[in-house]
Design a binder for this molecule. Sequence first.
Ligand code: GDP
Ligand code: ZN
Length: 315
Amino acid sequence: MNGTVYKSTGSWYNVKGEDGSFIDCRIKGKFRILGIKSTNPVAVGDVVEFDIQDKAGEQVGVITAIHERKNYIVRKSVNLSKRTHIIAANVDLAFMLVTLKEPVTFTDFIDRFLVTCEAYHVTPILVFNKIDQYTEEELIQVRDLIDLYTDIGYQTLEVSAATGRNVAEFKEMIKGKTSIFSGHSGVGKSTLVNAIEPGLDLKTAEISQQHKQGQHTTTFAEMFDLSFSGQIIDTPGIKGFGIVDMENSEIGNYFPEFFAIKGECKFHNCLHLDEPKCAVKQGVESGTVAWSRYKSYLQIIQGEEENYRTDAYAE
Ligand code: GDP
Ligand code: ZN
């Protein structure tokens, strides 16, 4: 039978069969697929084939094959090995919730997320939440950011989970799709998801609280069906997706506005760093390329850590 993985604990996989019922499955043999060295061969969102076996009167499933993935999102494994951990497979939409205060979301955090989505072929949507809490001046800043990302070609939406503004539009976006959520703790992920599907609390906030205390918790993603069709994949403890194994030469391709003009750079393999006659750097100078985007690019290519400081938004 075919089914979809809804939850994985490392050794057991909770699979929803085509008939709509759930069964716990194990894996048969070793899966070495797609040449990725991952710590988990099967991930939430995977479409699998499984057999049902009777073990001492109890029905257990055995996963025998994985269907080809449309895409998958990985992060570096917590231990320092080179292996990666597949967070989820077959994701349609990746939402990032952004707030400019309480907490602050820096643009480099947004840009890393976008780069990762580009690399993994997942459609990103930036949701600017807490639109009710801004002053006129702050609203201008929010709308400037929205314009910046809309001009590049990204989907954006301003919402207020608290007042309900644009929550219906948000619901329309996720209807019938498989979505994943990210954003700093406190941006309102749980509140927003709860506003469209009461009772569905994302666990992200709770777990990142534990992270602050320095605890290493192994957490597992879990998929939930939405009552109005579609699924949400909850990824406890994952605030962003890591950039894994990206060549310097490909990073610029994941900035669509750089990619669009790279043909005008003097060198076809221009990294937009110190090369002469670089169209991207000229764009930054003339203002057609945002400085914040170029800065994020430099950070990623130079392998720097993102600008995430919990003390930056002391209340
Ligand atoms: P999460 O960590 O991303 O899941 O964030 P939560 O959903 O737990 O929200 C964090 C805090 O922000 C809570 O106190 C919410 O009530 C508040 N909050 C969420 N959405 C909004 C909003 O649209 N406007 C305002 N003013 N507060 C919000
Ligand atoms: Zn260049």
